[in-house]
Design a protein around this ligand. Structure first.
Ligand code: ADP
Length: 293
């Protein structure tokens, strides 16, 4: 069982010939609305990858909240502990121009109200095999969730995205840290991703390397490059979420971490073949198909 404690956002994506400057109104092209947020995406990724998965988070009392909840449930994610808070859901207003350049405004909305874990939330985390957190909810809640996981003997994974200032002691509660190169630099304060500096903070690290796959290192001396699967790349949106969700599933199944990372690479590769965000997350069969190649 995988529990994801994190964010849910509605992504409002408007395409336009050019990004509007301050005070300007631009007549746009197509508009797409898709459920997103790293927490929700990774919960959907884990459920599609085959794990019994529960999402802990907060949605608003607006129409977006209803849709976000329905999207999670449709993917098979347990939503019985999802909170509904009065007001707006988390929303990302995304504008993309014809060159692919974007401007993004994230309004955290209900995600900001996800504070003070309830007894049921704490119990769900403690009963899970794996807890997966990201950094789009209040950091005090991330810390509380990781502590609840530790106390319950649940394996804790932190996907330290987006990069933020971490409360003291947070990384002490992390069994496995998943970061891309930008996030690794933010955590260590070094110009280059520094594995030794990361291992001084957490016992196990996965560094994702986009088209180059990923790198795994731990305090027992492992430092392994796990190559990517070669696929035709259409859209890399949500690749990190597909990867992290699948990694939580495979590790929770008791697989060896290097094998789990190879499987997660297959999930990332399956995701980049498709256009879209949460709708591009792969099912277990799609992951297996690439994994066997
Ligand atoms: P993020 O989007 O969080 O920065 P990455 O871009 O590193 O994450 O992608 C996450 C994972 O997805 C990679 O570790 C890799 O396994 C897979 N992936 C990403 N881009 C490609 C690609 N072009 N080809 C194959 N696999 C990819």
């Amino acid at each position: 069982r995988v529990v994801v404690a994190g964010s849910a956002n509605m992504d409002l994506v408007g395409l336009a010939p050019s990004l509007p400057r301050p005070g300007e109104t631009v007549l746009g092209d197509d508009f797409v609305m898709t459920p997103g947020g790293k927490g929700s995406n990774q919960a959907i990724a884990a459920a599609l990858a085959g794990a019994e998965t529960a999402f802990l988070g907060a949605i608003g009392s607006d129409a977006f909240g209803v849709t976000l909840n329905a999207r999670l449930a449709a993917a098979g994610v347990a939503v019985d502990l999802v909170r509904t808070s009065y007001g707006s859901s988390g929303v990302a207003v995304i504008m993309v121009d014809r060159a692919g350049e974007n401007s993004i405004l994230v309004s955290p909305g209900a995600n900001r109200t996800f504070v003070d874990l309830t007894a049921d939330e704490t119990a769900a985390i403690a009963a899970a095999d794996v807890l997966l957190c990201q950094q789009e909810i209040p950091m005090g809640t991330v810390l509380a969730a990781l502590r609840a996981g530790r106390a319950g003997g649940t394996r804790t994974i932190l996907n330290a995205a987006p990069a933020r200032v971490l409360p003291p002691g947070l990384l002490d509660e992390v069994d496995l840290l998943v970061v891309n190169e930008t996030e690794a630099r933010a955590i260590t304060g070094r110009a280059e991703p520094d594995i030794a500096a990361l291992l001084a903070l957490v016992p196990r690290v996965v560094l994702t390397l986009s088209g180059n796959g990923s790198r795994y290192a731990d305090r027992d001396g492992a430092d392994v490059h796990v190559p990517a699967f070669k696929v035709e790349v259409t859209d890399t949106t949500a690749a990190g979420d597909a990867f992290t969700g699948a990694l939580a599933v495979a590790w929770g199944e008791g697989r060896d971490l290097i094998d789990a990372i190879r499987w997660a690479n297959a999930a990332g590769a399956a995701c980049v073949r498709r256009v879209g965000a949460s709708n591009a997350l792969p099912a277990r069969g799609d992951i297996e198909e690439i994994f066997r190649t």
